[in-house]
Design a protein around this ligand. Structure first.
Ligand SMILES: [Zn+2]
Length: 575
């Protein structure tokens, strides 16, 4: 549009420079009029003495080219002629048409010629009243002002609502903003937009804005938009990082829905491999946020904890890993169909070179290279022994007891993320649980684990495993997070249950052997305890969010002490 306008201006300039008068004459507007006299003389000049060149009949329509004094110049077959103006009745348009300006900075002139003075300037979308139209010019009225604009820049069609300059806004909400089909809160939801998402504002209607985001158009409440990108709050205390759980679309396309049901409206189609951030889970559905900021529900069945398989080998910076299980097969290539070249055992230290299809290329302590499933490798040290001589080893009351250890989180659910991401709760929980399991087995207990590798297990499934195995005790192992100053140990039992004493013994044990702050025990209504019909507790073995505490709890020495404390508590409980 801008280019066209400048081109028009250049042309106008050239025309005005060389042929101003000819151009002006051509552009003169004609006004229709009716002859009121029974027979009207048309003369060669505006003078009664001039020659009569023709006659106009009553009610004949003539075109007035110009006026001079009492005379009107009208168009006749052979050119122009002059008649007495008083015998003409000018036609007025009974109802004025509405027009819209179609370009930016359109000049409205006093006369229908580009050499005429500009009386005002109008812009795209300005609504005007069309008073008269000639072959090239339109006489318009805007407010009390009347003038002429080139026909090129006026249309009787309302312009499509497009702002001249793109207007952007950012979503500013605490959770999400709903993009709707119509400007009403009762209207259909098209998408959920996260705070900070950038929108293109197309138009405004009352308290609503019509916006475009990721190719989708809809309405949002204007009060939740900000012209500036919402900045990060400057708080003196660093907030603990939110738990980030990433999953990947596993199949060709996956529907993102507005409710946790296949009956939910599809707000978007997700492509295979798209990463999704999970914020909650409900009945087999995950509430996720896409890379572009769209929120909604996806069926858990169709997502993967790792990006979908590609045959690409990813080179990793050589890392040290620890095997989490015994008798782990090391294969000649990345898959269970390949030949077993050797085996590794729990706590074996391996060198990790690369990854492919969820497998890791490793070197065993004996120097043999091969591939293992990545879930069985922890990057957190798993010690060979259960702790030094200073830790208790006599747990006579544990003999013959069936104890289930439940390392919290796992797989895509990393749990709390440590200060500066040094460690994940899921890894700490697993390594501590492995040490605890060894200790309990050494004391003659039968130990079951809800997981012994880095895999995701449904929260609801864990207490069911406990119930099915009819265990004598169930211990959920977790690490805490909160404000950076938060520190210490907690043990929870199910509200209203009779296992307060079990929580109390375990809390005393872990406080005694680790030396960390005693935050006490408490009843809690946690899913893993609530639906668990067996004696059960949940321990929180320190704060990963505390920079000082995380440096202690990530060590094998600390985890050995914590495991000893739990074992002491269980032993006392079974006494
Ligand atoms: Zn946890």
């Amino acid at each position: 549009m801008k280019k066209l306008t400048s081109l028009a201006l250049v042309l106008t300039f050239i025309v005005s420079l060389f042929t101003p008068h000819a151009y002006a004459a051509k552009e003169t507007a004609y006004t229709k009029a009716k002859v009121t006299a029974s027979s009207l003389n048309v003369r060669s000049k505006p003078d009664l003495k001039s020659k009569v060149i023709g006659k106009a009949k009553k009610n004949e329509t003539v075109l007035i080219a110009s006026e001079m004094g009492k005379w009107s110049k009208i168009i006749v077959k052979k050119g122009t002629g002059w008649v007495y103006s008083q015998y003409l009745k000018k036609e007025t348009t009974p109802t004025h048409k509405v027009g819209y300006i179609t370009a930016k900075a359109v000049n409205v002139r006093k006369k229908a010629t580009t050499s005429s003075a500009v009386s005002m300037t109008l812009n795209t979308g300005d609504k005007v009243t069309i008073l008269q139209t000639t072959s090239s010019w339109t006489k318009i009225q805007k407010g009390s002002k009347v003038g002429w604009v080139s026909n090129r820049y006026v249309s009787n069609k309302a312009p499509t609502k497009k702002p001249a300059k793109k207007e952007y806004a950012y979503v500013k909400v605490s959770d999400y903003l709903t993009l709707r089909a119509k400007p009403s809160t009762r209207s259909k939801s098209l998408a959920k937009l996260k705070s900070g998402v950038k929108l293109t504002v197309l138009s405004t209607s009352g308290k609503w804005k019509y916006v475009e985001v990721n190719g989708k158009k809809g309405w949002v409440a204007a009060s939740y938009l900000s012209a500036k990108k919402p900045g990060k709050k400057t708080t003196p205390k660093p907030k603990p990082k939110p738990e980030t759980i990433i999953v990947y679309v596993g199949s060709g396309t996956l529907n993102l829905r507005d409710t946790a049901s296949t009956a939910g409206h599809v707000v978007s189609k997700l492509k295979v491999g798209d990463p999704l951030t999970v914020s909650k889970e409900k009945d087999g559905w995950l509430y996720v946020t896409t890379k572009s900021g769209e929120c909604g529900w996806v069926s858990k069945r169709y997502v993967l904890n790792t990006p979908p398989k590609t045959d690409e080998v990813k080179s990793l910076a050589t890392k040290t890993g620890y095997v989490t299980v015994n008798d782990l097969n090391v294969r000649s290539n990345a898959g269970t169909s390949y030949k077993v070249v050797t085996q590794v055992n729990q706590a074996d230290k391996v060198t990790v070179y690369s990854s492919k299809n969820g497998w890791l290329h490793i070197k065993t302590p004996k120097g043999i290279k091969g591939w293992v499933n990545k879930h069985y490798i922890s990057y957190l040290k798993i010690p060979k022994d259960d702790g030094g001589q200073h830790l208790p080893s006599n747990f006579s009351h544990l003999k013959g007891k069936t104890i289930m250890i439940d390392p919290g989180h796992g797989g895509h659910d990393s749990g709390a993320v440590g200060y500066k991401s040094v460690v994940y709760e899921k890894d700490l929980a697993l390594s501590t649980s492995i040490i605890l399991a060894r200790k309990l087995r050494a004391a003659g207990a039968k130990v079951l684990m809800t997981r012994s590798s880095d895999v995701f297990i449904e929260l609801a499934e864990r207490p069911q495993m406990s119930n099915r195995a009819h265990v004598d005790a169930f211990v959920a192992v977790h690490y805490n997070s909160g404000p950076s100053a938060g520190h210490g140990l907690e043990t929870y039992y199910q509200q209203g249950s009779k296992y307060r004493n079990m929580a109390s013994y375990i809390q005393s044990g872990i406080v005694k052997y680790t030396g960390l702050t005693n935050r006490g025990i408490g009843p809690n209504n946690l899913q893993v305890l609530r639906t668990n019909t067996r004696p059960c507790v949940l321990v929180e073995l320190g704060f990963v969010s505390n920079p000082k505490e995380v440096s202690i709890i990530k060590t094998a020495t600390y985890q050995q002490k914590a495991a000893a404390g739990i074992a002491v508590g269980l032993n006392k409980y079974f006494k």
